[in-house]
Design a protein around this ligand. Structure first.
Ligand SMILES: C[S@@+](CC[C@H](N)C(=O)[O-])C[C@H]1O[C@@H](n2cnc3c(N)ncnc32)[C@H](O)[C@@H]1O
Length: 183
């Protein structure tokens, strides 16, 4: 099955089962970020059943990799099956566990991080991922409009610490924050 067909299948499932996937609207900004920043190595926090990991992986160049973390074992197993079905197993490494404990153990450096797990923990994820994120790398944070009140510390940090050049994108029902590491 090709990756687009698997994405479509997950989108349909998400509607009936109310799964909080990033979805096609915000997904377009995600893909745009991956291609515009010529991203090769990605750290994702919050896999769910693999929608965003598949979307990113299918847009990576040869040799590109997504390392994705999921705390729920059932979701992780479904993600693994979906990623395999999409033919992208070689590009995605799945990590089981709490991102707070797992991020420090993931080897290597990243061009991009996608934050999409517990909203109150975004700043914790970022501070743990920061040493692994190269200068000029980009952090894509989902749900920053719907859950803004749960991530005021995160938004304050990326917007005002002088370590990032940060941009909010309003898609109406929600928004994403795209922050480029400048220092
Ligand atoms: C919004 S969903 C992710 C959606 C996914 N990025 C997508 O667009 O397809 C959030 C996921 O983060 C996971 N999660 C929440 N807190 C976590 C943590 N501390 N470490 C790892 N995963 C976590 C949840 O179990 C859930 O599956």
């Amino acid at each position: 099955m090709d990756a687009d067909a698997v994405l479509k299948e997950i989108e349909e499932l998400a509607e009936t089962r109310f799964l909080p996937i990033i979805g096609p609207v915000k997904g377009e900004y995600l893909v745009d970020t991956v291609t515009r920043f010529r991203v090769c190595r990605v750290l994702e926090v919050g896999t769910l059943i693999g929608y965003s990991a598949i979307l990113i992986a299918k847009n990576l160049p040869d040799g590109g990799k997504v390392s994705t973390i999921e705390v729920n074992p059932g979701s992780l197993a479904t993600a693994e099956a979906n990623i395999r079905k999409a033919g992208l197993a070689e590009k995605v490494t799945l990590y089981a566990g709490n991102a707070i404990e797992v991020i420090p153990k993931i080897p290597g450096r990243f061009d991009m991080a996608l934050l999409d797990a517990t909203k109150r923990e975004y700043l914790d994820y970022l501070r743990l991922a920061e040493p692994k994120l190269k200068k000029g790398g980009v952090v894509f944070a989902d749900n920053v409009k719907v859950f803004a009140s749960e991530m005021t510390d995160y938004l304050e940090y990326v917007r005002n610490s002088n370590r990032y050049r940060s941009r909010f994108i309003d898609v109406g029902y929600d928004g994403v924050e795209i922050s480029v590491k400048i220092a």
